[in-house]
Design a protein around this ligand. Structure first.
Ligand code: RFL
Length: 383
């Protein structure tokens, strides 16, 4: 049983299906909702492109190449960082929504996989010595499914992690103290994706298709949508980008994202395994949340196949131990990106000392081949 048909749940189901392992996905939303909302991630990193290539799905699921450059703009002055690596290890453009759409098509329409949409009251029963069960309700009434294993892919507010008894999990949290206003707009990135440092706060512009892009603007945790009418957004974008020539365009969506890091571990309890946002959150500054979810389910799918096909449960037993060291590395990278891009900007956040040392860290990316190489490995997901 897989709970949640986001990127993690659908990828896991697709991989298991390909290996001949039966599974059912339960999703509280309907298919149309999944296909039209959740415009979040934009790039599948190189590590995960290689994963989809390995299972022969890259061409079906992913779109074309993505810029291997980042404009680390400081007070309006551009510096173009070239992500180091060969052509064979590049990330690919693919919005999260596009990936979910393609996974739904491949899993359900091409492979005949089973996703039960619009379910409610999902409960997880995972007692020692009995086979796990998942109960849920849909328009046909109440159901109960007995299974071998449960994958909790229902993100931070789902039922899977919440079903684990108190005292089993340790939770480590870090709040960064500010938020982002994420705005989807009807104008493309011209040139390179921008991560912008400015005295007025952080700004980014990242590609989201040939006609659209997403701007991120640092804002206060207490802000709300009403504080950011469209005109204020465009005025701040121009000010923080240091580019008066940017024109207003249509704003499609505004979302507030408090920046925080969270890890719940171990990522397993008896026969329940957590993957993706159900187990960990990273601030979107490093663009790694979806990519970490993909690493989890790659590891979990291989471990489940081994357990069910070869009756070897060793990889399942060490699932959490396999994920966590790499996860902490990417938590550190995401925190580095977040601290550096925000401390280097508005000195009222963390003071002038932190502003200058963060700017020195940014300079290092351009002055040191060693720093540039490590940064590139994290950007590619191959560190
Ligand atoms: P999802 O995608 O949220 O899917 C969870 C699914 O579970 C369902 N669900 C339930 N189903 C049944 N019963 C229940 N009780 C249920 N409760 C929940 C939900 O309806 C949903 O369909 O989690 P998953 O699969 O773990 O995937 C994680 C990613 O979605 C997340 O990490 C990324 O979006 C993070 N993220 C980014 N990641 C990147 O790799 N690169 C990026 O550039 C990037 N940008 C972002 C982001 C996240 C953002 N926000 C909104 C937090 C930008 C933003 C603004």
């Amino acid at each position: 049983m897989i709970i949640g048909a986001g990127v993690a749940g659908l990828t896991l189901a697709t991989f298991l299906h390909r290996s001949g392992v039966e599974c059912v996905v339960l999703e509280r939303r309907d298919r149309a909702y999944l296909q039209t909302v959740r415009q979040r991630a934009g790039v599948v990193d190189a590590r995960n492109v290689q994963m989809f290539e390995r299972v022969g799905l890259a061409e079906k699921l992913l779109a074309g190449p993505v810029a291997q450059t980042i404009d680390y703009r400081t007070d309006g002055i551009s510096r173009i960082f070239n992500i180091i690596g060969d052509d064979a290890s590049e990330g690919r453009f693919c919005t999260q929504q596009m990936l979910v759409n393609n996974l739904l098509r491949v899993l359900i329409d091409e492979m005949g996989g089973e996703v039960r949409f619009e379910v409610s009251d999902v409960t997880v029963h995972n007692e020692e010595g009995t086979e796990p069960q998942v109960r849920y309700t849909d328009s046909n009434g109440a159901h109960e499914i007995t299974c071998d294993y449960i994958a909790g892919c229902d993100a931070d507010r789902g039922v899977s992690r919440a079903s684990i008894p108190d005292g089993v999990l340790t939770t480590v949290t870090h709040e960064f103290g500010y938020a982002w206003l994420a705005v989807l707009v009807e104008s493309p990135v011209k040139g390179h994706p921008v991560m912008g440092v400015s005295e007025h706060g952080f700004v980014a512009q990242l590609p989201r298709g040939p006609q659209r892009s997403r701007y991120y603007l640092q804002c206060s945790l207490t802000d709300g949508v009403a504080d950011w009418p469209d005109q204020r957004i465009w005025d701040e974008v121009r000010r923080r980008m240091g580019d008066a020539s940017i024109e207003n365009s249509i704003v499609h969506e505004k979302v507030f994202v408090p920046l925080r890091s969270v890890v719940h571990f171990p990522m397993q309890h008896r026969r329940l395994f957590l993957a993706g946002d159900a187990a960990h959150l990273v601030p979107p500054t490093g663009a790694k949340g979806m990519n970490l979810a993909l690493f989890d389910v790659d590891t979990l799918a291989q471990a489940l196949v081994k357990a069910l096909r070869e009756h070897d449960c060793s990889a399942l037993a060490s699932y959490s131990d396999t994920i966590l060291p790499r996860l902490w590395g990417y938590q550190a990278f995401s925190a580095w990106m977040t601290d550096t891009m925000h401390d280097a900007g508005d000195p009222s956040i963390n003071g002038n000392f932190r502003q200058m040392t963060a700017r020195a860290r940014l300079d290092e990316l351009f002055n040191s081949e060693t720093a540039a190489r490590l940064h590139s490995e994290y950007q590619r997901g191959t560190a």
